[in-house]
Write a protein that binds this ligand. Structure first.
Ligand SMILES: Cc1ncc(C[n+]2csc(CCOP(=O)(O)OP(=O)(O)O)c2C)c(N)n1
Length: 536
């Protein structure tokens, strides 16, 4: 009997696989292109029936730590995030390599080469390698599904967290997925070693030494992994290493899916040394195809770069940045210029802008009137969210966007340097993600800053997920220590413009930390709610 097949996005395939493979809890903070993993689990009836934990976390660090706690209790777990989210979660992530896990733990990280919706295009394999943990990198959606099962097995066999690294194209394109028989969830069972998770130096040293020793077994697992394959080819003038989705791009160049050169497909790390050695010994030169940064190419070149004839992003045969695609691969193989065969633009490019009726627009109108027009450009530190569009015309109201939470702390630093006024603009979800601690720094030193928390009661930028800040902002700010009379709220509508300007002026005059919270629901979530109401 043929197996059941369902059409799923790469992200959804991972989510369904987690449900099928007996996960007990998923922990995540939204971030393109990883968001749909949690959303799928939240909408899944099966996940509800199985009582799988599926609430958003405040940020990626809390998500990673909660996942580690679930693993501590013996159950299978997954944390999901975008690549820059892994920077936020780096502390527990790296240390989870040292503690190891109890129940199987997969950390799914979605990288965004070409920065479709990100501040950078870092390659998470560097962080996985840094943490000495095994990594899986699917070449297609079916493999992504299968790798979740394999990942839990790998994790529980080696007592190690496993990174599942995907990229935008795989996350956001669909394929028919053949699903497997479902596994039961693990029972609650603590580790036999009750000090496994205690990273006191004396214990951590031993664990770290063991982690280093375990690398041989992880390498062995990679050499024998069904995800790493060597396919011989007649033309040995070149051997090709294709990692993850780059393998798909390579094969798209051959109608019969037969490459004339030997091909080593690498989808499990640490990179299989024996397999690479075989390819290098047999071929005159090695072309490395990998999505992201030249992670493997660099390892192959080594610091002296003289033994192996390696081609890739570092040699200029492929561009040093941005996504790969079949055309770029064709060029690296010596084929046609990608520009001749590239897909024609069928949608006219449109500059991004705030939605009609967005509350952020009213906030920027007031802010510009009080700050930019009076004190000039360069006083407003902002953050990441829909409101970052305030950097573009017509507002051009903000002067920074670096990483989530940086608006408040950068305003504080600039104020410490003597800049006046120093204003921070941050969204409600970004504030609870990583703005609160920065506000505490400012309160402790009574920094002279004004913070605007633009509260649209949702995580707008990533599609309207529930915001941890909802209904709590005033109390949080007071709790952190901002004087109650300097925590101001306003409904940012045209009618209240003068009132908004007045509040801004008053708080700029105050020498200390003040917070203004313009509160009006996101126009998109409002429309969705009213449509849903009408449909009832
Ligand atoms: C570390 C990190 N995690 C996640 C994201 C993805 N992301 C960008 S902005 C944002 C939140 C936006 O929500 P909010 O602050 O409420 O502002 P809004 O978009 O609603 O105006 C998220 C989750 C990111 N860029 N960086």
């Amino acid at each position: 009997m043929s197996k059941k097949k369902i059409l799923l996005l790469g992200d959804e395939a991972i989510a369904q696989a987690a449900i099928d493979a007996g996960v007990s809890g998923i922990y995540a903070y939204p971030g393109t292109p990883s968001t749909e993993i949690m959303e799928y689990v939240q909408h899944s009836k099966e996940a509800a029936e199985k009582n799988i934990h599926r609430d958003w976390s405040a940020n990626e660090k809390t998500a990673m730590e909660a996942a580690l706690g679930m693993s501590y209790a013996g159950k299978r777990t997954m944390s999901c995030m975008k690549h820059v989210g892994l920077n936020v979660a780096a502390d527990p992530f790296v240390n989870s390599g040292v503690t190891g896990v109890n129940g199987g733990m997969i950390v799914t990280v979605a990288d965004d080469p070409s920065m479709h919706s990100s501040q950078n295009e870092q390659d998470s394999r560097y962080l996985g390698d840094f943490a000495l943990i095994p990594m899986l990198e699917p070449s297609n959606q079916q493999e992504a599904y299968d790798m979740v099962f394999a990942g839990y097995e790998l994790s529980e066999t080696h007592k190690a967290p496993v990174m599942l690294r995907i990229t935008t194209r795989l996350a956001h394109s669909r394929a028919g997925i053949e699903v497997k028989d479902q596994l039961e969830q693990n029972k609650l069972k603590l580790s036999d070693d009750k000090r496994q998770f205690v990273l006191l130096p004396a214990l951590a040293r031993k664990r770290y030494a063991n982690l280093i020793k375990a690398q041989d077994q992880l390498l062995e697992a990679s050499e024998n992994s069904p995800f790493n394959t060597y396919v011989d080819g007649k033309d040995k003038s070149r051997g090709i290493i294709a990692c993850g989705i780059a393998y798909n791009y390579l094969m798209e160049n051959f109608e019969d899916a037969v490459c004339p050169h030997p091909v080593l497909k690498i989808c499990q790390y640490p990179a299989p040394v024996k397999m690479i050695e075989k390819l290098v010994n047999e071929c005159d030169e090695i072309l490395v195809l990998e999505e992201g940064m030249p992670f493997l190419e660099r390892q192959l070149r080594g610091i002296l770069n003289r033994d192996v004839n390696v081609k890739g992003r570092m040699s200029g045969d492929l561009p040093p940045d941005g996504e790969l695609n079949p055309n770029l691969v064709a060029m690296a193989l010596g084929g046609k210029d990608a520009r001749e065969t590239s897909i024609p633009e069928i949608v006219a490019p449109r500059p991004p802008m705030l939605c009609q009726g967005c509350s952020h627009a009213d906030s920027y109108t007031a802010l510009n009137e009080v700050v930019k027009e009076v004190h000039g450009d360069g006083h407003v530190f902002s953050d990441i969210g829909c409101y970052t569009l305030g950097a573009l015309p017509p507002y051009q109201a903000i002067n920074s966007c670096v990483d989530m939470g940086a608006s408040i702390t950068m305003a504080k630093g600039a104020s410490d340097a003597g800049l006046f006024p120093a204003v921070a603009v941050i969204g409600d979800s970004t504030f609870t993600h990583s703005g609160i601690t920065g506000l505490l720094d400012a309160v402790i030193e009574n920094s002279n800053i004004v913070v605007l928390i633009l509260d649209n009661s949702t995580t707008g930028m990533t599609g309207g997920q529930k915001s941890h800040a909802e209904g709590r902002l005033v109390e949080i700010c007071k709790g952190v220590g901002v004087p109650a009379e300097h925590v101001r709220t306003i409904n940012p509508i045209k009618k209240n413009h003068e009132e908004f300007v007045k509040i801004l002026k008053e708080e700029l005059d105050y020498k200390g930390v003040s917070v203004i919270i313009p509160t009006r629901e996101c126009i998109q979530t409002l429309l969705r709610k009213s449509k849903a109401k009408k449909a009832k």
